[in-house]
Structures are given as structure tokens and as C-alpha cells.
Design a protein around this ligand. Structure first.
Ligand SMILES: [Zn+2]
Length: 266
């Protein structure tokens, strides 16, 4: 009897822990970002990337950085904090940009820059440069998920319980998975739908620094927070409000990833 009870308790806590683990843009979202980027790479970048990761496209590698969260050797433990940044809400652009470099905890902003330097550093092993590259693919996607530029007090929406239709979940997870899944595209179809910007529009979206891009996501995060109501049942109306911003974030993520890679391999 006791044994069975203990087992159930273990199952319960494992399930709880699994439910709380945020994966960041689900598998599809990350592939969409990578697929859009793939279509905007320079010739030079394509060649350098093939030398690093071989013949698979970017989308194939886009989720590896989330998968290594399950690595048990401890090699990737510190990388858990690379996927997001916590920052207080509703700062002016000036204050936001001012506070960014002062955030000492490992975060997506500092890490993308560090990894970019690693990829360029040819004294590192091919394996180390490959891993740094694959992480960049993923993190530029993550920094466009508004709740990855969220607030510490609710762990980027992980502690804001909501329903997606009848499913009990949290706001972070709605943005990682449910909204993306609701569109019912495969990742290539989604990339087709998004990849219709003109040359001028593409240049406009790619303009700015990494910090500018982060502030752009942050503004959407503030809007998402302003509408967050714990225990609310989200569904059709939420999709109606946020479908376009969601699509914009995936497109921007892809175009800016391409810009960053073209610059890295220039
Ligand atoms: Zn992630």
C-alpha cells in the first residue's frame, strides 16, 4: 500500500515538473523562424554554415538547444538561463537600453553576443563552434517570443495560470505552443505564408541592433502582460487579437536571424 502511494507521489511531482518546464517557442515555432532565415541567407553564409553543420537546413537544428535541457551529464546545465531575459515592465526605450548591459545574470542578450564571438573564433574546435552556432539559431527565435523578455516575478508568464480552451496551462505555454499550433500549419507552410515581405520591408525589419530587436519584443511583452488575467479562459478571441503579432514575431525572428548570420559570416 505504502509503496503504491509513494509511487503515485513520485509520478505526480514528475508530471508537475514536466508541466512547468517551459520549452520556449515550441518545436514548430522554432522551425518556422529557422526556415524563414534559411530563405534569406547570403551565399557566403550558406557556404560557411554548410561547413559547420553539414547539409541539413537550419530548421533541422532549431530545437536542439531545448532538447539538451534533458541532458543528464551536467554539460548544459548553465545553458538553461540563456533562453530568456527578465526585466521589469513598461520601461521607456532609454531606460530599457540602459538596463540591458547591467543585467549580470546569464541571459539571451549577452549570450547571443558571446556565441557569435565563439562561432567566429577559429581557434575553437569545430564541435564547439558548431554548438555555439546551433544555440544562436535557437536563441534568436526565443528572443522574439514576447514572454522570453518577461518579468522575473511570474517567470515570464509561467506562473500566470490560464486555460487554452478547456486545457489548464499557463500564459507562457500559450505563447510557446498553443497560439502557434492553433494556426494549423506545418513549419514550411507557415514560412511560405510569412515570407511575402518586399525587399524594403525586409530591410526595415532587419534594421537595428540586437538591443533594438529585444526592445521591439519587449513592447509586445508589455501588451501581453497588460491583458493577462489569471485563470482566464483564452481561445478564439485571444487568437483574434494576437494572430498578427504572433506572425510578425516569427517573421522578424527569421529575418533577423538571417541578418545576424549574414553579418557573422561576412
Ligand atoms: Zn528556448
Amino acid at each position: 500500500m505504502m509503496k503504491k502511494k509513494l509511487w503515485l507521489t513520485v509520478v505526480f511531482y514528475v508530471a508537475l515538473a514536466a508541466g512547468q518546464q517551459a520549452m520556449a517557442w515550441g518545436v514548430t515555432g522554432h522551425r518556422v523562424v529557422a526556415e524563414v532565415a534559411q530563405r534569406h541567407l547570403s551565399k557566403k553564409a550558406k557556404k560557411a554554415i554548410a561547413e559547420l553543420i553539414g547539409n541539413q537546413g537550419l530548421a533541422y537544428w532549431a530545437n536542439w538547444s531545448d532538447f539538451v535541457k534533458s541532458d543528464t551529464t551536467g554539460k548544459w546545465k548553465a545553458a538553461d538561463a540563456w533562453h530568456y531575459i527578465n526585466i521589469s515592465g513598461n520601461l521607456s526605450k532609454e531606460r530599457f537600453l540602459d538596463s540591458l548591459p547591467r543585467i549580470k545574470a546569464p541571459n539571451v542578450y549577452g549570450q547571443i553576443q558571446a556565441l557569435q564571438a565563439d562561432v567566429k573564433n577559429t581557434t575553437l574546435s569545430l564541435q564547439a563552434r558548431r554548438e555555439a552556432f546551433v544555440f544562436i539559431l535557437h536563441l534568436v527565435g526565443d528572443m522574439h517570443q514576447p514572454l522570453h523578455v518577461g518579468r522575473a516575478e511570474d517567470l515570464g508568464g509561467n506562473r500566470i495560470p490560464v486555460y487554452w480552451f478547456d486545457k489548464k496551462t499557463n500564459l507562457h505555454s500559450v505563447w510557446d505552443n498553443d497560439l502557434v499550433g492553433f494556426q494549423q500549419y506545418g513549419y514550411k507552410e507557415f514560412a511560405d505564408v510569412l515570407n511575402v515581405a518586399t525587399k524594403e520591408q525586409v530591410a526595415g525589419l532587419q534594421n537595428g541592433t540586437l538591443a533594438d530587436w529585444l526592445y521591439d519584443t519587449y513592447q509586445l511583452a508589455n501588451k501581453v502582460y497588460s491583458m493577462a488575467v489569471p485563470e482566464e479562459r483564452l481561445g478564439y478571441k485571444y487568437n483574434y487579437i494576437f494572430q498578427e503579432p504572433l506572425e510578425q514575431q516569427l517573421l522578424k525572428g527569421g529575418l533577423r536571424l538571417a541578418a545576424l548570420l549574414n553579418q557573422t559570416f561576412n
